[in-house]
Design a protein. Structure first.
Ligand code: CTP
Length: 458
């Protein structure tokens, strides 16, 4: 016979409040030993909890401080609860009655108890009371603007209410039809002069620099599609302007903010696949077939698409030592590019981007003991496989993925503003510089090679 009764409970415990304390004390009173499972931030985000303010570390620390809690664990995935029941020889699973019925499947392992929830308090309410709503404006009326607006509806602390675009008639039509955005502007200074705190920029790549600069000068935080600038001088200037103004300047590379992508980076750090020697990532899209205008394609495959493979390669292999381009040109722009970089310990990055060639959009991270395979489209990371010579050892991760993935990025941007933080850990300014430098180096390389061709022709 066991002489102690083990109780387990789970939760996010963001901004630990009286309701949490009551629940935890009630849970402890059911037995002798209380285990609390705190949900990991990537897991929370994958199950749609996008607005949690405190990091996993902070939330774990707050629970650890409670003298009646005996053990704190981190909950990382959906199936973990059942595994924990066996692992910790649990007798009772307890949770608030807002979850009534949800965990009945655990009854085959333990006794399941739904405890009364404390009325009138929740983390959601505390977040609402403690943080103001962020007003945000959109710069550029593009094909994906509506996606961004729709996805922002899932981020509770942000309100998009304005849009700026050159085409007055198009803007007028858009605001008339939109149930969310009511204010349209065709004058950028006038748009920036409104009480918005932040802007999202999605225009032609050439215009990013000037639009970002003006927004920062007007004191607005900026989220802008990649690349934020097309030459090194401009990139440096924008980053130092954001720094001096204490504003956020974040590249809108949605992959960087996906729960599964962040979990992948965490898992790689455990070293199961040995020393990582190669990262290969492909992203191709036949925009012409999707009826994008020629002017879009003419920006070049590297400028449009390289941000995604560069992100994976930089995050896994770090700073690069050298770079080589193998481009294929149509008219005056690249429709395809194979970008090979070298890194520390002779590791190699292989980025394949194309707007004129279709290929499998997957990614492989190869190590001395095994590899990770991320199926297409790897940049909308949902699942990834750890594979080894001995196939029995292989395992996979699978994450929920809501909408088109933009909401995770918008939530991080809003959370940085609310927490008064300038830098995102998921995409730091130095990540942004490294990723942009691929584009900047390519543009320099292209300029040099076109000068050489002209010389030969003379
Ligand atoms: N809980 C409770 N009474 C409250 C709030 C939460 O008993 N007023 C319980 C929940 O039922 C759960 C645990 O505390 O068992 C952790 O809940 P969590 O989801 O972290 O807290 P909420 O305040 O409900 O968070 P949110 O508003 O983000 O959903």
């Amino acid at each position: 016979m066991k002489n102690k009764k083990t109780v387990i409970t789970y939760g996010t415990y963001d901004m630990l409040h009286e309701g949490h304390m009551n629940l935890l004390k009630r849970a402890k009173a059911l037995g002798d030993y209380l285990i609390v499972g705190v949900t990991d931030e990537n897991y929370d985000r994958s199950r749609g909890k996008l607005n949690v303010i405190q990091s996993t570390k902070k939330r774990v620390k707050a629970i650890e401080k409670l003298d009646f809690v005996d053990k704190v664990i981190v909950e990382k995935h959906k199936k973990q609860k059942a595994q924990d029941m066996v692992k910790y020889d649990v007798d009772i699973f307890a949770i608030g009655d807002d979850w009534i019925g949800t965990f009945d499947y655990l009854k085959k392992y333990v006794e399941v108890k739904y405890l009364p929830r404390t009325e009138g308090i929740s983390s959601t309410q505390l977040r609402r009371e403690n943080f103001d709503l962020i007003k945000m404006g959109i710069v550029g009326l593009g094909r994906d603007t509506q996606f961004f607006i729709d996805e922002a509806q899932f981020v509770s602390n942000i309100k998009i209410n304005r849009i700026y675009g050159d085409d007055f008639l198009a803007i007028k039509k858009f605001t008339k039809e939109s149930s969310i955005i009511k204010f349209g502007h065709d004058n950028y200074d006038e748009f920036l002069d409104t009480p918005i705190q932040a802007v999202y920029i999605d225009t032609s790549l050439k215009r990013h620099y000037i639009l970002i600069k003006k927004a920062l000068q007007a004191g607005k935080h900026v989220l802008c599609e990649n690349p934020i600038a097309l030459n090194k001088k401009e990139l440096k200037e924008l980053l130092s302007l954001a720094k001096s103004k204490k504003l956020i300047l974040l590249t809108a590379l949605k992959t960087a903010f996906l729960p599964a992508f962040n979990q992948l980076l965490k898992e790689l750090k455990k070293g199961d696949i040995g020393e990582i020697k190669e990262v290969r990532a492909t992203r191709t899209s036949l925009y012409r077939e999707k009826n994008y205008p020629d002017s879009f394609m003419e920006q070049g495959a590297t400028n449009i698409l390289s941000g995604y493979p560069s992100l994976l390669i930089h995050k896994v292999l770090g700073k690069r030592k050298s770079i080589k381009f193998f481009d294929q040109i149509e008219k005056n722009y690249d429709i395809s590019n194979l970008i090979i970089t070298t890194h520390k310990d002779d590791a190699i990055g292989i980025a394949r981007v194309a707007t004129g060639i279709k290929s499998e959009g997957d990614a492989v991270i190869s190590g001395t003991k095994g590899y990770v395979y991320i199926p297409a489209p790897w940049w909308l990371t949902r699942e990834f496989y750890f594979r080894f010579e001995d196939t029995h050892k292989s395992y996979k991760f699978n994450y929920e993925f809501e909408g088109c993935g933009l909401r995770y990025m918008i939530a991080e941007f809003a959370s940085l503003i609310q927490r008064d933080k300038r830098k995102s850990k998921m995409l730091t300014p130095s990540d942004m510089v490294s990723i942009s430098r691929v584009v900047l180096d390519y543009n320099e390389f292209k300029e040099k090679s076109s000068k050489k061709t002209k010389k030969k022709e003379r």
